[in-house]
Design a binder for this molecule. Structure first.
Ligand code: HEM
Length: 209
């Protein structure tokens, strides 16, 4: 429980910040939204509901970089399963759901390899896709009885972390160690090269992490 809840949140936050470093326009729009909503330099649960662009950025990161790309490692069919396309999965077959392949399928998503949070923003003509298991085009927490029990905690925690990181700091490329989006599949889908970026406090103090 502790492992599933820590590496996934850390990895999702790292992938998201990497995309913000590479997509400065997205970072700018997100900060604009935060500046208009955040009071007392922190974000309340009620204020999170007023941050549609933040939610769209998180959903787009879950789509492009799902931390658990193969959902559960294995499921066993207890009966013959007849799929819509005519294929049959025989009883007692071990099967995995490749969520990464679904979220990068060009028949389902336009420009699947491009980072475009607007696809989830109603005000930009996008659709408000539910990521909690009711829409199998994007089910990064799984679906059904074995879906992630920590999905709400995960979404709220990542929202809080990212809101603070973007509200307080500007994130830009460190040209000595440019962002590399190569993936490596361990227990979760990690950045092959951990994120390095230059970070400037919006109160002037600067640092490299
Ligand atoms: C962004 C954060 C998270 C992501 C992307 C994520 C993703 C997933 C995925 C894909 C699964 C497998 C679901 C399936 O096979 O259908 C899973 C299972 C699980 N997750 Fe999460 N998770 C996150 C956060 C958390 C948190 C915060 C906790 C606990 C505090 C947690 C606890 C678990 C547990 C215990 C399971 C196994 C459930 C079972 O086998 O019945 N996860 N998670």
């Amino acid at each position: 429980m502790v492992f599933r809840g820590t590496d996934t949140i850390a990895l999702l936050t790292e992938w998201l910040m990497a995309e913000l470093v590479l997509n400065q326009g997205v970072q700018y729009k997100l900060r604009y939204e935060l500046d208009n909503v955040m009071s007392n330099h922190c974000v309340s649960d009620a204020e999170l509901m007023k941050l549609p662009y933040l939610q769209a950025v998180i959903k787009e990161t879950l789509r492009v970089h799902p931390p658990g790309p193969l959902l559960s490692w294995a499921r066993l069919s207890t009966d013959n399963v007849h799929l819509n396309n005519g294929m049959v999965i025989p009883a007692n077959t071990t099967a995995m759901v490749n969520m990464w392949a679904i979220t990068h399928n060009s028949k389902i998503w336009e420009r699947p390899h491009s980072f475009e949070p607007e696809r989830f923003l109603l005000s930009a003509g996008g659709s408000n896709v539910d990521v909690r298991g009711s829409d199998l085009r994007l089910a990064p927490f799984g679906a059904g009885r074995r879906a992630c029990p920590g999905m709400n905690l995960g979404m709220v925690t990542v929202s809080q972390l990212v809101a603070k990181l973007v509200y307080h700091y500007d994130w830009i490329q460190d040209m000595d160690r440019p962002v590399d989006l190569a993936e490596v599949l361990k227990l979760s889908c990690e950045m092959k090269e951990p994120l390095c970026a230059k970070v400037f406090s919006r109160n002037v103090v600067s640092a490299t992490i």
